[in-house]
Design a binder for this molecule. Structure first.
Ligand SMILES: *Cc1c(COP(=O)(O)O)cnc(C)c1O
Length: 366
């Protein structure tokens, strides 16, 4: 990411990422999940400074594409240390990742297992179990995953094809608000491990995925509650395994703040609108994905005591660009005022497009 020169009159929106908040979030995760090894979900925020900060703090990495393998190689993370959890990949993606040394891949179909055995012979395989995304604000589930029988079949077939049956994974759904959402998938894991053991297959790893929440405009259950729910089920697994997790959002969301500007204020029959130089298409896409449920904490720097309710919308001519409704801000808000959008470090800059010709926000590490 390039840093605009200070002399530039209109620098445009910036996402500021605070390194010490990332390190603190990683520590909070480790305290909540003793003995669980975190693999940061790279797709969540791929800024090199963010990745370096996590790397220096001893975090490992999960990827969903070969491009991410290459980004990580650029900051010195070797392929063999990375896990590839996107269960369906174009053939050349697997081949390129394998050439870079990646040898742990998730699968949730026989088709992918066949491709994998050709493109990455001898690789370690972990099966993706389905979950049902209960109490998840950004439902990411419903696409991937097999049931217990399917996972057992895949891992047995992996052995037949010269691959290594390595583990089982799942994802409870992003921004989960229910620690209990970890229970059922881990019980499924236990059943699968039992059945595999009877077939002579012993797994090395269980990966409890991501989905752990970050605080937006309301408090969320502490990570320690998720940790306790996981620990209870992990203790009940049929034999000891290494346990991984793939936290994304909870490691980087709260470390990020968007600084953007009001470009105009308008009073309309629908209420007061503030238009900003940042919107849904330039970083705030998750507002749409969550059906408006994800509410970023938003402040203006004017700080006038008298408040007024605004709808906040981006700079494009698309009505879907609206990213917040009924936000109390300074009543005399006007052109040029700065808005601070908090908890913006996850799934923002990485979603930004050039829609309507507006440049994506710059990202800086502080
Ligand atoms: C996106 C993703 C994650 C991270 O999810 P969060 O909700 O950000 O924690 C982890 N694992 C996989 C496979 C993913 O696709």
């Amino acid at each position: 990411m390039t840093v605009a020169p200070i002399t530039q009159p209109r620098p445009g929106p910036v996402l500021e990422m605070r390194a010490e908040r990332i390190v603190a979030a990683l520590q909070t995760f480790r305290d909540a999940f003793p003995g669980v090894r975190p693999y940061y979900a790279t797709k969540c925020n791929t800024h090199a400074g963010v990745l370096r900060t996590l790397r220096e703090a001893g975090c490992d990495f999960e990827v969903a594409s070969t491009q991410e393998v290459e980004i990580l190689a650029g900051i010195g993370v070797p392929g063999p240390e990375v896990i590839f959890s996107n269960p369906v990949r174009a053939r050349e993606q697997t081949a390129r990742a394998a050439a870079a040394g990646v040898d742990r891949f998730s699968v949730d179909s026989v088709e992918e297992l066949h491709r994998l055995s050709v493109e990455a012979p001898g690789a370690r395989v972990y099966a993706r179990l389905a979950t049902f995304g209960q109490d998840s604000v950004v439902p990411s589930e419903g696409k991937f995953g097999v049931d217990v029988t399917g996972a057992v079949r895949l891992l047995l077939e992996a052995r037949e094809r010269g691959l290594v049956p390595y583990g089982i994974t799942f994802h409870m759904g992003s921004q989960s608000l229910a620690p209990s959402a970890l229970r059922r998938p881990l019980q499924d894991v236990a059943h699968a491990m039992d059945r595999l053991r009877r077939a002579g297959v012993r797994l090395e790893m269980v990966d409890i995925g991501g989905g752990f929440p970050a605080a937006y405009d309301e408090p969320v259950p502490p990570l320690a509650d998720f940790g306790r729910a996981a620990a209870a089920e992990i203790a009940a697994l049929p034999y000891p395994v290494e346990v991984f997790a793939e936290p994304g959002r909870c490691l980087v969301a709260e470390a990020g703040t968007f600084r953007c500007r009001v470009i105009g204020v308008a009073e309309r029959p629908s209420g007061w609108w503030a238009h900003t130089d940042l919107g849904v298409f330039h970083g705030l896409m998750e507002v749409l994905e969550s059906g408006g449920e994800l509410r970023y904490p938003i402040h203006d720097t004017r700080g006038t005591r008298l408040r007024r309710c605004y709808h906040l919308t981006g700079p494009t001519c698309d009505s879907q660009d609206t990213f917040a409704r009924d936000v109390l801000l300074s009543a005399d808000l006007h052109e040029g005022d700065e808005l601070l959008i908090g908890s913006a470090g996850a799934y923002t800059s990485v979603y930004a497009s050039r829609f309507n010709g507006f440049a994506p926000p710059r990202v800086v590490l502080i």
